[in-house]
Write a protein that binds this ligand. Structure first.
Ligand code: NAD
Length: 327
């Protein structure tokens, strides 16, 4: 398969590119290297991909690039580019969320009309649900986002559905639930928690720590994306973790055990944070055989290992301290 991956230098996008290449696909990645977080991290994510056989990269913004030529080459489009994060989406920043999540998706779908791909897989979000009426959430529940970010992800998902029904673009929207793993975005909780365990710096814990999430390991997510692209199904599906919601207090206890005890700095709950998430994944299971395989302990152990290796590499790269000269 020839794949186009938008947001290829990001956390999930870079894992997806690796997974597709490992599966024998050819990949063109696109990324604007936005400064939502340090673009140097994105350069590092890309470093493992550039120069590899069957991988090409286009640096640019979906709102500015000529998209038809990119789509003409693609059999499958994986659309992950966007402005993530619920907390920063209030106030003036909403304009950025509209551009990067809604307008960019519309531009890509519009361009897909001239050369429809075999599948158009969109990275939607569990944020579309907000505080749901019942758990685990099914795709038929009425979405009620609790953040402007969630509103833009839902709007983009509606655009995918609209272009599917009106223009025959075969779209699949996967509602991803709290994705984690090595290279996780630095604004996400585990990406701050694991380094805090090593450095001894306090970890800011919002609220009482009893909020729960259906954490999903990144390898399960990218496997689901490729499977969804290869089957004939279209529509909207949840992609969650083990199905067992895990609290932040439980996560902190596991990381403390795997690395070192975490010091906590207790802070108030944040606007836009939902209390619980938990996914019913039976639609994804029936449609493309989705079965998450990585439990929370195993996934956190992979993050702890990656952090340890990075610290060793950094320590080796630093010049050795010069011996003091007596007198
Ligand atoms: P990320 O910020 O690491 O990756 C997104 C990438 O998109 C970035 O590298 C950014 O530079 C690029 N980008 C943004 N706007 C662009 C534009 N207009 N043109 C080209 N590139 C652009 O985020 P992530 O955590 O890897 O998330 C990827 C996608 O999955 C996002 O759409 C996000 O909303 C969605 N998602 C993520 C999670 C999660 O837990 N990480 C959960 C649900 C949904």
């Amino acid at each position: 398969m020839r794949a186009l991956v938008t947001g290829a230098a990001g956390f999930i996008g870079s894992h997806l590119c690796e997974h597709l290449l490992a599966g024998g696909d050819s990949v063109v990645g696109v990324d604007a290297m936005t400064d939502y977080y340090d673009p140097l991290r994105k350069e590092r994510n890309l470093a493992g991909l550039l120069g590899r056989e069957r991988f090409g990269f286009v640096r640019g913004d979906l709102l500015e690039l000529p998209l038809e030529p990119l789509l003409a080459e693609a059999e499958v489009v994986y659309h992950l580019a966007g402005q993530p994060g619920v907390r920063g989406s209030w106030g003036e920043q909403f304009a950025v969320y509209l551009e990067r999540n809604v307008q960019a998706t519309q531009c890509l779908l519009e361009a897909a009309r001239t050369a429809p791909p075999r599948r158009f897989v969109y990275a939607s979000s569990s944020s579309v649900y907000g505080d749901a009426e019942s758990y685990p959430v099914t795709e038929t529940l009425r979405p009620r986002p609790l953040s402007p970010y969630g509103v833009t992800k839902l709007a983009a998902e509606h655009l995918c559905e609209l272009y599917r029904t009106c223009h025959g673009i075969p779209t699949v929207s996967l509602r991803l639930f709290s994705v984690y793993g090595p290279r996780q975005r630095p604004d996400m909780a585990f990406a701050r928690l694991v380094p805090a365990a090593f450095s001894g710096e306090p970890f800011p814990l919002h609220g009482d720590g009893e909020q729960t999430r259906d954490f999903t390991y990144v390898r399960d997510v990218v496997t689901a994306m490729r499977r969804a692209a290869l089957c004939d199904w279209t529509g909207v599906a949840n992609v969650g973790g083990s199905g067992r919601a895990v609290s932040m207090n439980q996560v902190i206890a596991i990381v403390s055990e795997l690395a070192a005890p975490v010091r906590l700095l207790r802070t108030p709950e944040q606007d836009g944070d939902v209390r619980h998430t938990s996914a019913d994944t039976s639609v994804a299971r029936r449609a493309f055989g989705y079965r998450p395989t990585v439990g929370i302990r195993e996934g956190l152990a992979a993050m702890v290992r990656a952090e340890r290796e990075e610290r060793w590499a950094r320590a080796r790269a630093e010049p050795a301290p010069r011996a003091a000269v007596p007198g």
